[in-house]
Design a protein around this ligand. Structure first.
Ligand code: NAD
Length: 452
């Protein structure tokens, strides 16, 4: 008989309460098991990614499996240190005592994943949850069914369900999960669903990490290395057919370099995907018809100066640069999340800054400029989750930087030690001496309070 979700969570809580998952050796053993499971399933994972998203092997390996293996190895190397209590100074007010900060796992974690990097974005939060000593229920995306089924199989074959289990399904399954008494929630997905998750977490007062999306700007200043910028922008925008949460969403380019940048982008796109990208088998597809139709509406809002072709049978949209897009249309209201790049020009970097400031705080910002005063001006005036100067996406490629959004693009962060922190409560412990007792703090029937 199938275990109900309620029963599953209750068993995980009992398992957590036994204390077994808190042992750092247990965490290391489990991370090793996960490492071996992912390595052993590489070919099957690549095939499932190809089936669901037509991801080319090399791209899928680099952005999903390779990334994940690095995250597991990094956690294996550092978890012992992360989990250690830290001794801190004690105030003279509590003279004689010792203070420490003890990281402890929240307990039973709920992890909800999206479809665009369906392996990495399901398993990387799991790495952090395990490293921090939690049990976990993982809900992959229903929009990538081959990957979701494979993740469920891998987890079933690797872990005791009292420790890690997968629940498959869409919004209804997620809604049921959100009713359960989890100790923390980690959600990756859209801002719209993020609000639903945040409300559910608020009702139960559980900590929640929200890794959301938004419109990430890319600014190309007049002194940028235009050829290099074009390559790095095209890589960030058109990998996974633009279905990347941190892909540049729109381009703000200085008027003096706009025509050169467009020319370089055209050359770059051709060198990456050939002169007919829609029929290139190594170029990604759009996840489903709804998203394909949505992207077609954006195409009709502007003039394609590069690309613009589509294949409705195979759900492919060519790498496209759009001009003349209205600021109040759907394209500039929604997160594009596809291979369409609207371009706008500016004369002064302050105009570009104002343009960005009118929108909600983005998940990422990319600036291509050599002048350090221009770099500092943009970085100090605009709030964003994370980003790069003279590159795109690469701030994700290091575990030493926290990855997360701010405002509508998210709350909290992860990767490396930041992931461990997202799944840990930092408990304060003051150990008082019994060798002596300072009397001033106690009330006195004669003098009243003498202290505090
Ligand atoms: P989504 O919000 O539609 O779905 C995410 C998860 O929520 C899925 O598991 C889905 O089953 C579930 N869900 C969907 N509707 C729900 C509802 N009504 N109630 C409860 N659960 C529901 O997002 P998506 O389409 O899978 O992914 C794309 C979005 O995710 C984009 O906005 C993108 O920017 C964002 N994203 C963010 C990051 C990040 O790390 N910040 C990474 C990838 C994607």
């Amino acid at each position: 008989m199938e275990t109900s979700v309620r029963e599953l969570v209750s068993r995980q809580k009992q398992y957590f309460d036994s204390g077994i998952t808190k042992d750092v050796r247990f965490r290391i053993d489990m991370l090793r098991k996960l490492l071996e499971a992912v390595k052993g399933a590489e070919e099957r994972l690549l095939a499932a990614l190809h089936r669901d998203l037509n991801k080319p092997k090399a791209e899928a390996y680099g952005t999903e499996i390779g990334f994940l293996l690095r995250e597991i190895r990094f956690a294996l190397k550092h978890v012992g240190k992360w989990a250690k209590p830290t001794k801190v100074k004690t105030s003279p007010l509590v003279f004689g005592s010792k203070s420490r900060i003890v990281p402890e796992p929240y307990g039973c974690a709920l992890l909800i994943a999206p479809w665009n990097y369906p392996v990495q974005l399901a398993f990387s939060p799991l790495v952090a949850a395990i490293a921090a000593g939690n049990t976990a229920v993982l809900k992959p995306s229903e929009l990538t069914p081959a990957v979701s089924a494979l993740i469920a199989d891998l987890v079933r074959d690797t872990f005791d369900p009292r420790f890690v289990a997968v629940v498959e399904g869409g919004p209804e399954a997620t809604a049921e999960l959100l009713e359960q008494p989890f100790d923390c929630i980690f959600f990756t997905g859209s801002t719209r669903v993020g609000k639903i998750v945040a409300e559910a977490a608020a009702r139960k007062l559980v900590p929640v990490t929200l890794e959301l999306g938004g419109k990430s700007p890319c600014i190309v200043h007049r002194d940028a290395d235009v050829r290099l910028s074009a390559r790095r922008i095209a890589y960030g925008k058109f990998s996974n057919a633009g279905q990347t949460c941190v892909a540049p969403d729109y381009l703000l380019v200085h008027r003096d370099v706009k025509s050169e940048l467009l020319e370089r982008l055209r050359e770059t796109i051709e060198s990456f995907y050939g002169d007919d990208p829609v029929s290139n088998p190594n170029y990604g597809k759009i996840v489903n018809r709804t998203h394909f139709d949505r992207l077609n509406r954006y195409l009709s809002e502007g003039r394609a100066v590069i690309g613009g072709q589509t294949d409705p049978e195979r759900l492919v949209v060519a790498p496209t640069v759009l001009e003349g897009v209205p600021l109040d249309g759907e394209t500039m209201r929604d997160e594009i999340f596809g291979p369409i790049l609207p371009v706008f020009e500016y004369d002064d970097v302050d105009e570009a800054i104002s343009f960005v400031l009118e929108k909600p705080k983005p998940l990422a910002l990319y600036l291509f400029a050599k002048d350090e005063s221009v770099q500092e001006r943009v970085l100090s005036r605009v709030s964003f989750g994370g980003g790069c100067v003279n590159d795109t996406l690469m701030h994700l490629a290091t575990p030493y930087l926290p990855f997360g959004g701010v405002g509508e693009s998210g709350t909290g962060s992860y990767h490396g030690e930041f992931g461990f922190r997202a799944f840990s409560h930092y408990k304060s412990v003051l150990k008082q001496t019994t060798a002596f007792d300072i009397p001033f703090r106690y009330p006195s029937s004669k003098l009243g309070y003498r202290f505090m």
